[in-house]
Design a protein around this ligand. Structure first.
Ligand code: B12
Ligand code: SF4
Ligand code: SF4
Length: 401
């Protein structure tokens, strides 16, 4: 049902901002086949995120998500923490140091939906809202609505908030006056939206150069199979051995291609209306992580995005950070944590109940001690090891330098 009410777009924008959304912009929701999403999938860049493949048609056509959708309301929430220590950490992605944004922005979106219904004269059947998990290319919509541009690091970058916006979209069966996309200074022609990657990046390539695993086959295009964010958050299995050394001390997500971007200099800390800081997580030491059990994991990471990795995923990631100890100064600052204690904790995990954890613990111990000393310490365990996955790690570790 299309809206018949006279629309006060600026009133709607202000009401949504008052709910805690830092930027509120509108785009026309015509059918789109946009960017090179299909090519990205076909080249296998989504790794094992099969849900991206399944949602392909919907992602490319909002009419398949909400028939009769005429506008997209694109919302951004600034999550840059005010606490510099948390911001500078480098162990965790900054977004993870909050209560799960799917829940907190989800609450904001439910409130936004009521506002949209009232102000646009719609019913609950006339809109669909999503944050992250829906079949919607949020960055594409954000670029079209002029929230910012698609950086060479693939992020939606805002002139005001830098790389630190979380995005959400509401599709509505109502026509809102579309906001202008950003225009390239060089190619600007009135009414011609410039959608190219790197619109305001100029000749900068800092993000591409800084990526530890060379995960950008080309600007604006991330190969998830090489991306630390994918492996530490989404991958449920073995982390490719050839990438592990490049993970450094990162245990959940990766902010490197965001952190280096010069556009962040304009960003101020977020208002945190729709976010709840959980910065105490940044205070956990590597030994705290390596010693986690199910009870402690649930207690510490309840209602945070980190619960997604499950205990065994987090222990796997912590083993990699431990194996990289000599090159991870970010973990050296905690009182009472030294190399010997980390080695002892990793050695214990070589006998963990999960084969995934044992496999990565074996890799870490060999890396820390070298194959002669590690081989001697693990001789007994290796003899009784029944998992093919772990046995493969022993073989690979023995043959490594
Ligand atoms: C899958 C996914 C990932 C994957 C793949 C990342 C990638 N680069 O695609 C992994 C796990 C690696 C990942 C990592 C991260 N992610 Co992520 N991720 C997603 C998710 C769920 C889908 C993204 C997707 O479809 N990727 C496929 C690529 C090809 O699509 P795309 O980047 O959107 O670009 C295409 C479209 O924009 C399209 N397009 C171009 N113009 C137009 C115009 C229109 C109108 C339309 C419709 C489309 C369109 O063409 C582009 C090229 O094909 C989105 C949420 C969502 N529903 O969109 C969050 C999302 C992109 N992630 C987010 C974040 C914060 C991250 C991390 C920073 C987390 C971290 N710290 O570890 C990293 C950053 C890595 C990086 N540099 O991209 C935020 C980004 C916010 C922002 N300001 O850009 C999002 C939007 C989640 C959210 N709700 O806030 N992520
Ligand atoms: S998130 Fe990290 S690993 Fe992934 S593309 Fe960016 S810098 Fe590279
Ligand atoms: S680091 Fe440079 S190239 Fe990368 S997104 Fe930022 S401005 Fe663009």
């Amino acid at each position: 049902m299309a809206a018949t009410t006279t629309i006060d777009a600026e009133g709607l924008r202000a009401a949504l901002r008052a709910l805690g959304f830092d930027t509120v912009r509108f785009a026309a929701a015509a059918s789109v086949v946009a960017g090179d999403f299909a090519a990205w999938l076909e080249a296998g860049n989504h790794a094992d995120m099969a849900w991206l493949e399944r949602g392909r048609d919907k992602r490319l056509d909002p009419q398949r998500v909400l028939a009769g959708a005429r506008s997209a309301i694109v919302l951004g929430v600034n999550y840059l923490p005010a606490d510099a220590r948390a911001a500078a950490q480098g162990r965790w992605a900054k977004y993870a140091l909050h209560a799960d944004y799917h829940d907190t922005l989800g609450d904001g979106l439910r409130a936004a939906a009521r506002v949209v219904e009232q102000r646009l004269g719609l019913t609950s059947a006339d809109h669909r809202y999503y944050v992250d998990t829906g079949p919607v290319l949020e960055r594409g919509w954000a670029a079209r609505a002029g929230l910012g541009w698609r950086g060479k690091n693939a992020m939606l970058i805002s002139r005001e908030h830098g790389n630190w916006l979380l995005l959400a979209v509401i599709l509505v069966r109502a026509e809102l006056p579309a906001d202008e996309p950003l225009l390239s200074r060089r190619t600007a022609r009135p009414g011609v939206p410039a959608r190219e990657v790197g619109l305001l990046c100029g000749s900068c390539t800092r993000c591409l150069d800084a990526c530890p695993t060379s995960a950008f086959p080309k600007p604006g295009w991330v190969d998830a199979r090489r991306c630390i964010s994918y492996h530490t958050i989404e991958n449920r299995g073995v982390i490719p051995r050839e990438l592990r050394a490049q993970f450094g001390g990162r245990v959940f997500g990766c902010d490197t291609c965001l952190d280096v971007c010069p556009w962040n200099r304009f960003a101020q800390a977020g208002r945190s209306v729709l976010l709840t800081a959980r910065h105490e997580i940044a205070g956990l030491t590597l030994l705290d992580l390596l010693a986690m059990d199910e009870t402690r994991f649930r207690e510490v990471f309840r209602r945070t995005p980190i619960k997604r990795s499950k205990l065994q995923g987090l222990l796997r990631n912590a083993c990699i950070a431990a194996g990289n100890w000599d090159h991870s100064p970010e973990w050296h600052v905690d009182a009472g944590v030294d190399r010997a204690a980390v080695i002892a904790a990793v050695e214990r995990l070589c006998a963990h109940a999960s084969e995934l954890v044992r496999a990565h613990a074996v890799w870490a111990l060999y890396r820390l001690l070298g194959h002669v000393a590690a081989g001697a310490r693990l001789e007994g365990r290796r003899r009784v090891e029944s998992s093919a996955m772990v046995r493969e790690e022993y073989v690979a570790a023995e043959s490594a330098d």
